[in-house]
Ligand binder design. Structure first.
Ligand SMILES: [Zn+2]
Length: 337
């Protein structure tokens, strides 16, 4: 595909002409990334469709920088080449000159070109992913940056999207969206790796365009916010039971498969052993008395990470004024298309 292989943004009409004049103080674009994982093909398809038919994209008047995160992996329909690009934005890793894996080079290149201090600076990163888990149309937020929470709250208010808040996990760090001043992941599923489906493309488009409308509203200083935000806060991940040689000793139980965002209690079926026996959920230490909501159940790419599902705590947080203030301050520096 013609748009997939460049380092730079697609220049085929997704954003305005060179004649546009940035407003005073405006210093950056919105980075829209598809194909950070090369076997997630729906969002790259969407960006290519918009490049061919730019009138279909509602950019909300913002200057965009759409690009393919990992074009080499996309060309091979692989998640990555040397290492997961979406775990490669770790400060120490990027600063280590001895690290020369393809994805480390790509992360450095993306930041040099489109980081907040890059040659073509972007202030917000929207990273479009798909998953084999039944996450629906959802958001992933990393940590508690106020601007991220304001954006997620606005999207939840408008579209009702569930939010997975990933934090406190030393085994999973270095996400792309964290490397920009504001950023989040739009995660849509279930869809098999490498497969294109109209529903996933449409859901990705819906969430992205709503995100851009909200950023435009924040830029005007009128970001709508709900009174509360519901997040599913990461607690810990669980692996499948395994044999001594590391091979899986059980499956996700059919009663739990595709039941992301639904609570699980002690004694509920969780796994199914090879003899057909049900293995019930037993809360891990520290979570004995806590109702938990599993997410990313049976995500294909997480097998190598030893993750069969992640347990979250469903929490209702009051939306804070400082969140929208942070996003509006940042968004005031976004360029118009
Ligand atoms: Zn992904």
């Amino acid at each position: 595909m013609t748009v997939a292989l460049g380092v730079g943004p697609m220049e085929s009409g997704l954003h305005g002409s060179a004649a546009e004049q940035p407003q005073a103080g405006a210093t950056g674009k919105v980075l829209v990334v598809a194909g950070t994982h090369g076997n997630e093909r729906n969002a790259p398809w969407l960006l290519e469709a918009w490049a061919r038919w730019p009138g279909r994209l509602h950019s909300a008047g913002l200057a965009l920088c759409p690009l393919i995160g990992n074009p080499e992996a996309l060309a091979q329909s692989r998640r990555y080449g040397d290492r997961d690009l979406n775990r490669s934005f770790q400060t120490a890793l990027l600063a280590d000159p001895a690290r020369q894996e393809g994805e480390v080079l790509r992360a450095r290149s993306l930041l040099a070109a489109h980081g907040a201090e890059g040659a073509d600076p972007c202030l917000v990163a929207i990273d479009l992913h798909s998953t084999t888990a039944a996450m629906g149309n959802s958001l992933v937020v990393y940590g508690r940056r106020p601007a991220d929470l304001a954006l997620a709250a606005g999207l939840q208010r408008q579209l009702g999207l569930p939010i997975y808040l990933h934090e406190g996990d030393p085994h999973q760090t270095g996400y792309l969206a964290e490397a920009w001043p504001c950023g989040l992941v739009i995660e849509v599923g279930p869809v098999p790796q490498g497969v294109l489906t109209a529903a996933v493309v449409h859901q990705s488009a819906l969430a992205l365009e709503a995100t851009l409308v909200l950023l435009a509203e924040a830029r005007r200083g009128s970001l709508p916010q709900p009174s509360h935000l519901v997040v599913h806060r990461h607690l810990r991940s669980l692996d499948l039971p395994r044999h001594d040689d590391g091979s899986p000793a059980a499956l996700i139980h059919p009663h739990r498969q595709h039941r992301d965002w639904q609570p699980i209690q002690a004694g509920d079926p969780l796994f199914q052993a090879s003899d057909g026996d049900t293995i019930a959920y037993h809360p891990p230490a520290g979570l004995e008395n806590q109702l938990v909501w599993p997410v990313f159940i049976n995500e294909a790419a997480y097998g190598e990470k030893g993750i069969a599902l992640s347990l979250t705590s469903r929490e209702r947080w009051p939306v804070e004024q400082r969140w929208s203030e942070a996003l509006q301050t940042l968004a005031s520096r976004l360029r118009a298309a």
